[in-house]
Design a protein around this ligand. Structure first.
Ligand SMILES: [Zn+2]
Ligand SMILES: [Zn+2]
Length: 334
């Protein structure tokens, strides 16, 4: 690594996030190579290999994290990867998943990465946010449930359901702003989405596009919490993390009672599975559901405070018989 990773010595595990954009000649072979190397380490992860790059969210015991990063950085092609690491005290992914994907991020469209936006280091990003001399628009390229937990001041959330709609958004943005005199700043969790979206914006004729290098994770570690409100949503068992050691106010609110809260749950109705913020009282009152319709739906998981989002129901109970006895309405497959 180019930079020292600052992690408390007490952390037994490291969550390591990275991506690589560039041609992977043989994704299946690369996935196999990753599997072989990781089979010797204590790791849980989601690692995706595609013809246009790699995307990894991984959790290792501390010593194995270093082994993995050294191995990757020692390979010529991957020597400039920027790893982002945070300390935790246990594994945060359910298992070690390594998959070949058709596209690194499902956009359903070809993107010319050579056109991507200018990187801003966390310090430069902060300075740009504080510079009032220029018209600017700040775009959050994440999902709405990520936004609800925390985001940059004055940012706008992409008003679309899927990232495939981004090209439409880009066209609308071009018409809405004075693209000669406005700057577009964009950010996401770890930086990968902005690589794609900044390129799309430029393809649509918006020239002055900047992206936060390393995403919000990097900003928190390098520049602190200034201009950020709330916490950061992450796609692992932690779900919500502070972006730095500086205290921040909670901005997330319970879907049912609007109390300030940062706890996410998947709706217990398996045919809904919507991720929503909920307080403890409302969770119990609504039996883990996002709405009364969901509460009376046919395939509802038995209610439990211990439910961890992103896990399938069958990970929670030893036997399927047990599930049926807990919830007589359960008729579906798991
Ligand atoms: Zn509530
Ligand atoms: Zn629901």
């Amino acid at each position: 690594m180019k930079k020292e990773v600052r992690i408390s010595k007490d952390s037994t595990h490291w969550v390591v996030a990275f991506y690589y954009i560039g041609a992977i000649v043989n994704p299946a072979q690369e996935a196999e190579l990753q599997k072989q190397f990781l089979s010797h380490l204590d790791v849980s992860c989601r690692l995706y290999v595609a013809k246009d790059g790699l995307n990894g969210q991984m959790c290792f015991v501390a010593s194995d994290a270093k082994k993995y990063m050294d191995w990757m950085l020692g390979r010529e092609q991957f020597s400039s990867i920027h790893f982002k690491a945070q300390g935790v005290d246990c594994h945060v992914f359910p298992r070690c998943t390594i998959k070949v994907r058709r596209e690194l991020v499902a956009l359903g469209t070809e993107v010319d990465f050579s056109k991507r936006g200018t990187y801003l280091s966390p310090e430069d990003w902060k300075a740009k946010l504080e510079d009032d001399s220029q018209e600017k628009i700040i775009i959050d390229t994440r999902n709405d449930y990520e936004w609800q937990l925390g985001h940059f001041e004055n940012a706008e959330l992409l008003p679309y359901e899927t990232f495939k709609d981004f090209r439409e958004y880009a066209k609308g943005l071009k018409e809405r702003i004075d693209s000669k005199n406005s700057q577009v700043l964009m950010y996401c969790t770890g930086g990968i989405r902005c690589e794609l979206f900044s390129a799309l914006l430029k393809e649509e004729g918006i020239d002055d596009v900047y992206q936060l290098q390393g995403g919000v994770i990097n900003y928190g570690q390098e520049a602190g919490s200034k201009h950020w409100k709330g916490s950061l949503f992450v796609f692992d068992d932690r779900l919500s993390v502070p972006i730095s050691e500086e205290p921040v106010e909670t901005i997330g609110t319970c879907l049912h009672c609007k109390e300030k809260i940062e706890n996410y749950y998947n709706c217990a109705n398996m045919d809904c599975n919507e991720l929503f913020l909920c307080c403890h009282q409302c969770l119990e009152k609504h039996q883990g559901c996002c709405s009364s319709e969901c509460q009376s739906a046919p395939r509802v998981r038995p209610f439990s405070f211990a439910h961890t989002p992103f896990r399938r129901w069958y990970n929670y109970a030893a036997k399927k018989d047990e599930l049926s006895s807990l919830n007589p309405k359960y008729v579906g497959k798991s």
